[in-house]
Design a protein around this ligand. Structure first.
Ligand SMILES: *Cc1c(COP(=O)(O)O)cnc(C)c1O
Length: 223
């Protein structure tokens, strides 16, 4: 059995106050999630709608689930009844669909805008300019069932620490700009979701409030 409890404690010991852990449990069995749950962990992240749905059915109700993957608009309706936060909103179209499905469930769903800064061409997300445009456009202000709580980003897959620092700093600077321009009186816009198993100490030193850690807690994923 993988030592989930021990690994979780090790990770938590390195996180300063004010940085929350989203334990990324995709591809890991529910028994691993229960190990972490028994240690007090309540926020878990998944990236596939069907895997999430089957875990939600068998796991405790007080888990806060974050959807961290690319979400197709036609899947929003399946997760809308229970999802706490959708971290990777990468289009206005997706935001509109979340608003519609959340309204149907009479809920407010928290979301983050996913920023694309990394060099990899394959990653989803909004460029800084897309992000500015989406917020300047203002349609989001008419949406009463989504709450935009901040930004999420994945840094490049690299060992180059300077590059990682640059990317995290770009995300942090954009957060500050958007906060001042659009959310100055909105305390809910406060989350900066960056940092994964290999880069979270750097992310934390560049303003992360939420780290998304899988491998360092649950071990390697078996796909
Ligand atoms: C899988 C995943 C993570 C966790 O990655 P690890 O390297 O296992 O910590 C974090 N964020 C996103 C968006 C992911 O898809």
């Amino acid at each position: 059995m993988y030592p989930v409890k021990e690994k979780l404690r090790e990770v938590l010991a390195t996180l300063p106050d004010g940085v929350r852990l989203v334990a990324i449990s995709k591809y890991h069995p529910s028994s691993f999630i229960m190990e972490a749950y028994d240690e007090g962990q309540r926020i878990f992240g998944e990236s596939h709608e069907q895997e999430l749905a089957s875990k939600v059915k068998e796991l405790p109700q007080d888990i806060e689930w974050h959807f961290i993957g690319h979400l197709q608009t036609n899947k929003v309706k399946y997760i809308a009844p229970y999802i706490s936060m959708i971290e990777a909103v990468d289009s206005l179209r997706l935001l509109r669909e979340i608003e519609k499905q959340a309204a149907r469930c009479d809920r407010v769903i928290k979301v983050l805008l996913e920023l694309h800064i990394a060099e990899e061409a394959t990653k989803y997300g909004l460029t800084p300019d897309d992000c500015r445009q989406l917020l300047d456009d203002g349609e989001w202000r008419t949406m009463s069932h989504v709450q935009i709580c901040g930004l999420m980003m994945m840094a490049s897959f690299t060992d180059d620490e300077e590059q990682l620092c640059r990317e995290f700093q770009t995300a942090k600077d954009l957060f500050d700009e958007l906060k001042q321009k659009h959310f100055a009186d909105d305390p809910a816009f406060c989350e900066r979701s960056w940092g994964m198993s290999d880069d979270y100490p750097l992310a934390v030193s560049h303003g992360s409030t939420m780290v998304r850690i899988g491998t360092a807690i649950f071990g390697p994923r078996v796909y």
